[in-house]
Design a protein around this ligand. Structure first.
Ligand code: IMP
Length: 204
């Protein structure tokens, strides 16, 4: 447990993610800042893994703000596409972040290889990074969560964000885009990573 955690800076400009993280942290009475709200730039994601990119974002925000910072790197991994779009999930939506385009690309790539396996998972890696201590060291914790399911086309539902309208979690009949946020948050990859973070940082 880390009883001195009174505030957290979310190292993301993605409003969908920021909202979900705010809701997840709300019960712990933590003051939540977000990077765009306090003018912190998001660095380019140059690492080849979710963990590397989550750490890169949290380290940059902790350095720039001197606040405890939370980086989230997440994405959709499609098994028949060898895990793509994976760390490129946001980039498949192009510079205008049009997820209609990204979801159409996933469908086209599956059709192109005549895939019969539409299984996929969302993964979320959270990196919590404390600002430098007197010795110039940054304490870091990393947590991972996944939710498995399959893809269904055409996209359905206007809730959530990103690839939610094509993702149906195992045991569910409707997509994340059709679910209300309480239900999605109850089973999402981000929630699973958060449960691990909360157990380590906030639990007695
Ligand atoms: P990044 O972590 O900022 O690189 O962006 C991850 C991308 O993965 C997002 O822009 C979404 O496209 C996708 N993604 C991550 N989590 C979710 C989710 O819960 N629902 C839908 N798409 C997601």
């Amino acid at each position: 447990m880390y009883p001195n955690v009174k505030s957290v800076l979310i190292a993301s400009h993605n409003s969908g993610k920021v909202k979900e993280i705010r809701d997840l942290l709300q019960p712990f009475g933590v003051e939540v800042f977000d990077a765009s709200g306090i003018g912190i730039e998001e660095p380019e994601e140059t690492e080849p893994s979710f963990t590397g990119n989550a750490l890169l974002k949290a380290r940059a925000a902790a350095k720039a703000s001197n606040k405890l910072s939370l980086g989230d790197d997440s994405g959709l991994c499609v098994n028949a596409l060898g895990g793509q779009p994976g760390i490129y999930s946001a980039r498949w939506a192009g510079p205008s972040r049009d997820f209609g385009v990204a979801m159409a690309r996933v469908e086209q790539e599956l059709l192109a290889i005549k895939a019969s396996d539409y299984s996929a998972y969302f993964i979320c890696v959270l990196a919590l990074v404390w600002p430098e201590d007197a010795n110039g060291e940054m304490k870091e914790l990393v947590f991972e969560g996944k939710v498995h399911g399959h893809l269904r086309f055409p996209p359905k539902g206007n809730n959530g964000f990103g690839y939610d309208p094509i993702f149906v979690a195992n045991g569910q009949k409707i997509s994340f885009g059709e679910m209300d946020e309480l239900n999605k948050n109850g089973m999402s990859h981000r929630t699973k990573a958060f449960e691990k973070l909360i157990a380590e940082v906030f639990a007695d």
